[in-house]
Design a protein around this ligand. Structure first.
Ligand SMILES: [Zn+2]
Length: 321
């Protein structure tokens, strides 16, 4: 059998068709701006399903299900999108609307949970039982897998680790709290730290790196400057990794996963600059335990396809025993 996963992002809908071996057979995408309303969304999902079927040369009756990853709150059982942060989708009975057009099971899940599921079955988390993904982007997303199942909590909103406060009375966060982890350890936070350092030390190598990129501050700027021996760039990296480690130690102390995968653009930095120093702090600061049972911190493997592949697994895992 084959399975479709569709990741609803802020800009694009990304859809892919995978087979039993989790090989991606075809992908397609569509701009979210092209979609006007909830009926338009359902038509887009149906259209992409047809497209993938044609592209891969696999008839619709050989596709077992479609799974969608939604950037917000969903109700899995009823197949509803309750709320999304950046899209005008409220209380959408997406499964009911889907069945008006398509005769194929549709599964709905939060997008960070989909990414965790994708990595768990087809990426960095293979072979683990208790697995956490941390994705560093505009915010910090996370998915928690416990004994092979997504941990949803009572209301489906478990895993919002980006909003645990790590600095008492720290930076205000749009969620209403202060000092949230993602205000310090997301990719956006890294850019902010970098921009501040550059303002304070415009003549540093960091300043040079940014000017070489037409004044564009990226999540890579500080790491690039540090590689050239810049103490200012190195300080930004150290501060950032310290914040990152603080939250990761909290997560590890609470869940004690076998494995924790870090995803998002920042995770592509060299091991010597990111994972090695991070592991060192985590090892020093987490609750001591049996060495063989320590959480392994690894890089996520599926990149921007994690959400899409995980969404396809919403249906696939139901057929796996
Ligand atoms: Zn917050």
């Amino acid at each position: 059998m084959n399975y479709i996963g569709i990741d609803i992002g802020g800009t694009n809908l990304k859809a892919g068709l995978i087979d039993e071996q989790s090989t991606v057979l075809a992908t397609t995408k569509m701009k979210i701006a092209q979609i006007e309303n909830q009926e338009g969304l359902v038509s887009a999902l149906a259209q992409m399903t047809q497209e993938l079927s044609q592209m891969a040369g696999i008839p619709l009756d050989q596709i077992a299900s479609v799974g969608i990853g939604v950037p917000g709150v969903v109700e899995i059982r009823r197949g509803m999108i309750l709320y999304t942060c950046n899209l005008p989708l409220r209380d959408v009975p997406i499964r009911r609307l889907w069945h008006q057009q398509m005769d194929m099971p549709l599964y709905v899940e939060n997008d960070a949970n989909c990414a965790a599921l994708g990595e768990y079955y087809a990426g960095a988390g293979r072979g683990s039982k208790r697995f956490v993904t941390i994705t560093l982007g505009t915010g910090i997303g996370a998915g928690i897998i416990h004994n092979g199942k997504i941990y949803h909590g009572a209301n489906g909103m478990a895993g919002e680790v980006g909003h645990m406060s790590i600095v008492y009375h720290g930076e205000p966060c749009p969620c209403g709290r202060r000092g949230c982890w993602e205000r310090y350890a997301s990719a956006s936070a890294l850019k902010r730290l970098t921009a501040q350092a550059m303002e304070e030390h415009p003549d540093s190598i960091l300043g040079c790196v940014i000017r070489e990129h037409d004044g564009h501050v990226s999540g890579q700027s500080a790491f690039m400057a540090a590689r050239r021996g810049d103490p200012v760039g190195q300080r930004v990296c150290d501060t950032y990794i310290d914040y990152l480690a603080t939250g990761i130690v909290n997560v590890i102390n609470i869940f004690q996963p076998d494995m924790l995968a870090i995803g998002g653009g920042v995770s592509n930095e060299k091991d010597e600059q990111l994972l090695f120093p991070l592991r060192e702090i985590v090892q020093r600061e987490s609750i001591p335990c049996n060495r063989d049972k320590m959480t392994r911190i690894v890089r996520a493997e599926l990149g921007t396809q994690a959400g899409m592949i995980g969404a396809a697994f919403l249906g696939k895992k139901r057929r796996m025993i």
